[in-house]
Design a protein around this ligand. Structure first.
Ligand code: V0D
Length: 263
């Protein structure tokens, strides 16, 4: 009986390895963006405080980051804190703002070992000093790493980002440095906080919510969207692998007939 169970277990592990082998031979998304939803609900189901869910969600961040790096994904953007999240109770915000420091204290050696580079988008100014310090240090220490870019969206909102781009362009036109006619998609891309990153080609949102919630509105124009009922603390390598497989099985044609089946 035990032997039979063991055999089954071995088979399961092998098939996961086989699936990884297969996705690696196909086109990997360059940039995966994730809205990490469901931490509060996960905690509530266990009669635990919301912060316990946030803390558990941090472990998922580590797991998914390492897995994405192993698969050869170039950039992973995680929506960690939105401009809307300031409306939450102060006690919850205080706890959240300790997570970057805790995450980096715990995992920075591992990030260095794996060559992962930490970056962030969003307005850093409004973050507490200790949070800012932790993130700035990690960005400095990992800046020469050449593996996965682990990009945290913190105090980020897409419309506000676009407002800044528009103001910046208006200033350049007003000062005579740019012709209105020179404004095109590339110019706008170059002013976004994601200017140096490949365009996200896959968006994942967990926990059953089917909305964009002001996340990378411009950047996600051509991305594949994958929504799952799985709560972020329960999300794992197998879930991420499934998302990559789903991505690879979609027909990405950008509106052209390229790849259209004959007959
Ligand atoms: C809570 C689930 C890692 C989402 C994941 C302050 C909500 C865990 C970071 C982090 C959060 C951010 C920057 C950095 C290193 C780590 C994080 C927040 C929330 C918002 F440089 N997890 N995490 N930041 N949660």
């Amino acid at each position: 009986m035990l032997r039979k169970l063991m055999r089954k277990k071995t088979a399961d592990i092998q098939s996961l390895q086989e699936r990884i082998h297969t996705v690696k031979q196909r086109q990997m998304p360059n940039h995966v963006a994730i809205i990490m939803d469901g931490n509060g609900r996960w905690a509530k189901q266990r009669k635990m405080p919301r912060i316990a869910g946030h803390h558990e969600g941090m472990k998922t961040v580590r797991q998914v980051t390492n897995f994405a790096n192993d698969l050869g994904v170039k950039a992973l953007t995680l929506y960690a804190f939105s401009t809307e999240n300031w409306k939450r109770p102060k006690i919850e915000i205080d706890f959240l703002m300790n997570l970057p420091g805790e995450f980096l204290n715990t995992y920075l050696p591992e990030l260095m070992e794996k060559g992962i580079k930490v970056e962030m988008i969003g307005n850093m100014d409004a973050l507490p000093a200790h949070t800012k310090t932790a993130i700035t240090k990690a960005m400095e220490i990992t800046k020469n790493n050449t593996g996965l870019i682990l990009n945290f969206a913190m105090n980020y909102g897409s419309r506000l980002e676009l407002v800044h781009v528009m103001k910046e362009l208006a200033r350049e036109v007003e000062s005579g440095n740019m012709e209105i006619e020179a404004i095109d998609e590339n110019v706008i891309n170059s002013k976004l906080m994601t200017a140096h990153l490949p365009e996200p080609d896959l968006l994942i949102r967990t926990s059953g919510e089917v909305r964009l919630s002001n996340f990378m509105l411009w950047q996600l124009a051509y991305a594949e969207f994958i929504f799952t009922e799985v709560l972020w603390p329960d999300y794992n390598e197998e879930c991420f692998l499934q998302a990559i497989e789903d991505f690879q099985n979609r027909d990405r044609r950008f509106g052209s007939l390229e790849g259209d089946r004959k007959g």
